[in-house]
Design a protein around this ligand. Structure first.
Ligand code: WQD
Length: 320
């Protein structure tokens, strides 16, 4: 099978490309390089620069490379930006998937692995979020991912296009330093940036109803995320029906837990400033991961320390 990986020049996409290639799958990357970087694209993969919104280009790419399945990762992914510019998110993420699937339908490509998000759950009021927890997203970003899921489910029912919907929790770390996250939009890189500037890390709210008062999340290594895509792609190749899966570790870490590990790994003082809560942050979001373990035999292998160590190695390489 040949897999088209949209967004394959980005942080998560490049890890997925690496995992597919290492497993012997031919890969074509489609990326408009709006946030991706061409030097992340493995030379063993074919590279096409362009957008999923360019229906002609997508059809041509599917045809010329004999693509049989698509891993759709290309998307805008910043919650705050989506609140400020919702139309951008509806165009890139909603119109984007519709355009891509029209091209797939035209070319008979009927297997899709979709990058979804725990942001589809919104403010889940449960200890562990399972895949049937009702989704009430809080942002256009989360909505755009949930709509993508709806579109794919209907395509499965109407056209027999099977899809694996992977809801990532809090992705961190890097398989190699070169593949590290260059964006500074999430907790771990934001802490690194503060430490580098000689400032204290900030904790957004210390009065949440959690044991240490800070928010709890399910951090999952990007190499595990990539392996989950590989397992999902293989299941589609084996003729399995589509399904929705959480991709997390099923284990919660508070912001203070993360700061403690960052302190151990970097040798820096990570004593934080506790500041105001950030609007829209749920107190606790931790995945129930039984479905993917039982259904596809997948479970995450890397712990929080391995995420922080690999993220720090990448950060140091980019900030010598
Ligand atoms: C984690 C925790 C912050 C920075 C977001 C999206 C989600 C997904 C992943 C894309 C929160 C706290 C952070 C800081 C802090 N994105 N924090 N000080 O908000 O859980 O999830 O990214 O798919 O959809 O919503 O991730 O890394 O921003 O924050 O205290 O300097 O760290 O309040 O509790 P979040 P995050």
């Amino acid at each position: 099978m040949t897999w088209l990986v949209t967004g394959g020049a980005g942080y998560i996409g490049a890890h997925v490309v690496r995992a597919l290639l290492q497993d012997g799958e031919p890969v074509v990357v489609l990326d408009d390089l709006s946030t991706g970087q061409s030097d992340r694209v493995d030379p063993a993969a074919a590279f096409v620069q362009g957008s999923v919104l360019d229906r002609g280009l997508v059809r041509k790419t599917l045809r010329e490379h004999g693509v049989t399945g698509v891993v759709h990762i290309a998307a805008k992914k910043q919650v705050g930006e989506s609140m400020a510019d919702p139309l951008l998110y509806y165009r890139e993420n909603v119109e984007g998937i519709v355009a891509l699937l029209e091209a797939c339908q035209a070319k008979g490509v009927d297997k899709v692995v979709f990058s979804s998000s725990a942001a589809t759950y919104g403010l889940p009021d449960v200890e562990l979020v399972d895949e049937d927890t009702p989704g009430v997203p809080l942002s256009p970003y989360g909505e755009s991912k949930l709509i993508g899921e709806w579109v794919l489910r209907h395509c499965e029912r109407a056209y027999g296009m099977r899809s694996m919907l992977l809801r990532y929790f809090n992705v961190a770390g890097a398989a190699t330093p070169e593949l590290g996250d260059t964006g500074v939009f999430n907790l771990i890189p934001m802490v690194f940036e503060r430490l580098e500037a000689g400032e204290r890390p900030r904790v957004f709210g210390g009065d949440y109803p959690t044991p240490d008062g800070t928010c709890i999340r399910d951090y999952v290594h990007v190499a595990d995320i990539a392996d989950a895509h590989l397992v999902a792609a293989r299941a589609l190749e084996d003729g399995r029906p589509g399904a929705t899966y959480n991709i997390g570790r099923g284990e919660g870490s508070s912001v203070l837990d993360v700061l403690r590990v960052v302190g151990e790994v970097t040798g820096r003082d990570t004593t934080p400033d506790i500041v105001e809560r950030r609007a829209g942050d749920p107190a606790r979001v931790v995945a129930k991961v039984d479905r993917i373990r039982e259904g596809l035999g997948f479970s995450a292998q890397h712990d929080l320390r391995s995420m922080v160590e690999s993220a720090w190695a990448g950060w140091q390489q980019r900030h010598p």
